[in-house]
Design a protein around this ligand. Structure first.
Ligand code: 1GP
Length: 241
């Protein structure tokens, strides 16, 4: 069986676009999961990401278990910290916050995660995580205590992405932050995609089908949407298979 990453590479090669639905354990009511997933399965969604900047009540494992009961799509952890790691998921976006200069999120959390990961069978996907100004202060910014890169600083965004690839990351994630008022611009996606060899994930503030298509057409391989589905589950109707 192909790994999750091999399937992402294959999709990229075949120009098949992937949509990851982000479920935040702090915001998802467990009893709503079956109905949410049923709706999601009628859409073009291909992956489920689970995570948030914080998980104050340690709900991740319970939420991931409930999700796994009702889906065959790959479930990837998108953790804000090491407490959100659970073996019940299929894989983990192993993030380094490359846009910031806070060692805690560049390498310290990753070192703390190793003993936990060694107890799991999770597929580890090394991911360069780049926070880009989304028009408002987001949770990632607050929790990580780092500044996002301005959208007009394209050279810095590009060079940070390429530094990620050159240091061995397997994915680059351009993040405007959950609930961003301005998603990552198409010009930024285009520029990065044209020079990166590894798949590109884009998320934050994408709330309409048009914005999703803009991100895909600009070159995003995977688009992540959370808030728009949290706010209105009927958004899945616009994204039918
Ligand atoms: C956040 O990129 C994701 O980490 C998704 O953002 O919640 O704004 O869709 P939204």
């Amino acid at each position: 069986m192909n790994s999750i990453y091999q399937n992402i590479l294959l999709a990229k090669k075949e120009s098949k676009k992937l949509l990851a639905v982000l479920i935040d354990p702090e915001k998802m009511d467990i009893k709503n999961i079956p109905a949410f997933l049923e709706k999601m399965h009628q859409s073009i969604a291909t992956h489920i990401f689970v995570g948030g900047s914080t998980d104050k009540n340690n709900q991740t494992e319970t939420i991931v278990s409930a999700i796994k009961e009702s889906t065959n799509l790959p479930v990837l952890l998108f953790p804000g910290d090491t407490n959100q790691i659970t073996n019940i998921a299929d894989g983990i976006l192993f993030l380094s916050l490359l846009s910031g200069r806070n060692p805690e999120y560049l390498i310290e959390q990753q070192i703390k995660a190793v003993p936990i990961l060694k107890q799991t069978n999770l597929e580890i996907l090394p991911t360069g995580y780049i926070l880009i100004d989304g028009g408002k202060e987001t949770a990632v910014q607050k929790v990580s205590n780092t500044k996002p890169i301005a959208q007009n600083n394209i050279d810095l965004i590009l060079n940070t992405s390429l530094a990620g690839e050159f240091t061995g990351k397997k994915l680059i994630y351009l993040e405007a932050g959950s609930g961003a008022t301005v998603p990552v611009g198409a010009n930024i996606i285009k520029k990065c995609e044209s020079q990166l060899n590894i798949p590109l994930i884009v998320g934050g503030g994408i709330q309409t089908k048009k914005q999703l298509e803009t991100a895909f057409n600009a070159g995003a391989d995977i688009v992540v949407i959370g808030t728009a589905f949290e706010k209105d589950i009927s958004f899945f109707n616009q994204l039918k298979k």
